[in-house]
Design a protein around this ligand. Structure first.
Ligand SMILES: [Zn+2]
Length: 285
């Protein structure tokens, strides 16, 4: 008998780890739900079930050129054992999924280095593709109690129904974020490497985690008076500026929004939140 794999929520290593501000509990609390009708807020380029090729939003840069094509594979028993061996550390589990399930990014074989370079959203999109290659396109939920009317609902959520955010320009690597008082922060979007640095901070000090991501992702600040500071310490920023930048990083990060999935329950007509987590994607592993 092997212990079942404890798969973490996306919220424990995805956008919530960066956001850290608004309702950190929210995403995980609402798992008691169901659905009927999927809502689309984007159109991920997902192919048919079993499809193993995808186009990332950002990809990797080599000698000035961006490579966005990626290939994933169906996970097998050896992969399942490797993922189980990663234990309960959410980052390790996620990283193992990527290293085992992604074959290539651009022309390069998957590696820790490539995984660290990828945007968080591309990493989450790759996990979606691995899920499709392994278990197909539909996520099945059974006997979920509607939080509004308590009816039990069986629900099938196609991966394409999960909200998906796109980059307007995949090759834009720096973004200007207007701050109060006329300052402008120039930022980049967080990658797997940034995520690992945040997760390496032990404890529940979200402000410290926010400082880490801000210190990494704010490249410079143009002041209203014409001066500029390069890589300002995040602790020197006002709370309003910190919040504005964190929100921008969260909103702009491309890829699937697993925790934003909702549907309308036909019987009661109410909107139901059903955050999708790794456990719902890889049930049966
Ligand atoms: Zn209902």
């Amino acid at each position: 008998m092997t212990e079942p794999v404890v798969l973490p929520d996306f919220s424990s290593f995805g956008e919530q780890a960066i956001k850290g501000l608004d309702n950190p509990e929210e995403a995980t609390a609402a798992t008691q739900a169901l659905l009927k009708e999927a809502q689309n807020s984007g159109e991920p380029e997902i192919g048919a079930p079993g499809e193993t090729f995808l186009t990332l939003e950002r990809g990797i840069c080599r000698e000035g050129a961006w490579y966005r094509e990626a290939e994933v594979k169906e996970l097998n028993g050896a992969d399942e054992e490797a993922i189980a061996a990663a234990g309960t550390d959410s980052y390790k589990v996620f990283e193992t999924l990527l290293l085992r399930g992604v074959v290539t990014v651009g022309n390069e074989p998957m590696s820790r280095k490539v995984a660290a370079e990828l945007l968080i959203g591309d990493r989450e999109y790759l996990v979606m593709a691995i899920r499709r290659a392994t278990f197909g396109d539909d996520i099945e939920f059974e006997q979920l109690p509607c939080p509004h009317c308590e009816e039990l609902v069986d629900l099938t959520v196609p991966l394409g129904a999960i909200p998906f955010t796109r980059l307007e320009n995949p090759e834009q690597t720096e973004f200007e974020v207007p701050l109060r008082g006329g300052d402008t922060a120039v930022v980049r979007l967080p990658t797997g490497e940034d995520q690992a640095a945040v997760l390496a901070i032990k404890g529940d000090n979200l402000a410290k985690k926010d400082s880490e991501i801000l210190g990494r992702c704010i490249l410079r600040i143009h002041r209203a008076d014409g001066s500029e500071s390069t890589r300002p310490p995040a602790t020197s920023l006002g709370m309003s500026a910190r919040k504005t930048v964190l929100q921008f990083l969260t909103d702009t990060q491309p890829g699937p929004r697993y925790t934003d999935f909702t549907f309308t329950h036909e019987t009661c007509g109410k909107e139901v939140e059903l955050p999708i987590n790794l456990a719902s994607l890889f049930r049966g592993m």
